[in-house]
Write a protein that binds this ligand. Structure first.
Ligand code: MG
Ligand code: MG
Length: 274
């Protein structure tokens, strides 16, 4: 779990290229989320996403990753992560996490959003809102914290104190460093741990991606060798952004506004690189 490989610290120019990959991804997710509705198949959503990357001259870091057959993961209801797009047609009230990434000139981005199609259940709205807010708390901790472990502590504290039905934080899957590869050191835990992780310093680029569940946190993998589901069949949710630390502060590379609006609510001023 705790990989000890060297962390790849990025220069300002490398972060600027990662921003390009983040903006292509943000646009692709905008269009995929807009297409997500009752009656559309997850394969059709994958085609929407892939089309945006192609038009932008970017490539997918998901397609072909250890043999993964699509450009996004579509994880519906009790599927947590790594769902494979296919024939499944979205039904009224489904909650779907759409996770994708892009490569521009060798630099990667990775981001996920959750959508509820048709008539939402109140408990699913709570699940998605709490997961998204937990992600932003984790991102804010990258600006204010000292070690990567502070991100997980911020997420854990927020989820533990959140109003409404209690939600579980998945421990089997975590966030990660990102740069010349999609998955790099260090691991980014979504929970409080005695493992402080490396120091936060300029050049660190992370994918911060809490995954929350309505029931127990135990998961299993389906026979397709990809799709991760909750063992108790309760619903799950994931939100994710790629974020950079540089000399001037943090910048949410996969958010169109660089994270400015959400982080302002949390007292953090983002620092875009011109
Ligand atoms: Mg992802
Ligand atoms: Mg990721």
């Amino acid at each position: 779990m705790f990989r000890q490989q060297r962390v790849e610290y990025k220069s300002a120019n490398q972060i600027r290229t990662m921003r390009e990959a983040g903006l292509v991804l943000s646009n692709a997710l905008d269009q995929t989320v807009a297409a997500a509705r009752v009656g559309i198949s997850t394969r059709e959503l994958d085609a929407v996403f892939a089309g945006v990357l192609k038009d932008a001259g970017a490539t997918s870091n998901f397609l072909g990753y250890h043999g993964f057959p699509a450009s996004i993961c579509t994880s519906v209801n009790h599927e947590v992560v790594h769902g494979i797009p296919g024939d499944y047609v979205l039904q009224d009230g489904d909650i779907i996490s759409i996770d994708g990434g892009a490569i521009v000139r060798g630099w990667h981005s990775d981001s996920a959003r959750t959508v509820i199609v048709g008539t939402p259940r109140a408990e699913d709205v709570h699940l998605s809102k709490t997961t998204e807010e937990a992600m932003w708390r984790g991102i804010a901790a990258l600006a204010t914290g000292k070690h990567v472990g502070d991100i997980g502590s911020a997420i854990d504290d927020y989820v533990s104190a959140a109003e409404g039905p209690a939600l579980g934080i998945l421990q089997d899957y975590v966030g990660h460093g990102i740069g010349t590869q999609m998955h790099q050191s260090p691991d980014v835990l979504n929970y409080r741990s005695s493992h402080r992780g490396p120091k936060i310093k300029p050049g660190l680029c992370l994918a911060i991606e809490p995954m929350l569940v309505q029931g127990r946190v135990e998961t299993s993998v389906l026979d397709d060798d990809w799709t991760v589901v909750t063992v108790d069949g309760k619903r799950a949710c994931q939100w994710e952004h790629t974020v950079a630390v540089h000399d001037g502060g943090i910048w949410v590379l996969s958010a169109a506004d660089g994270g400015a609006a959400k982080l302002a609510e949390l007292g953090v001023v983002v620092a875009p690189l011109d």
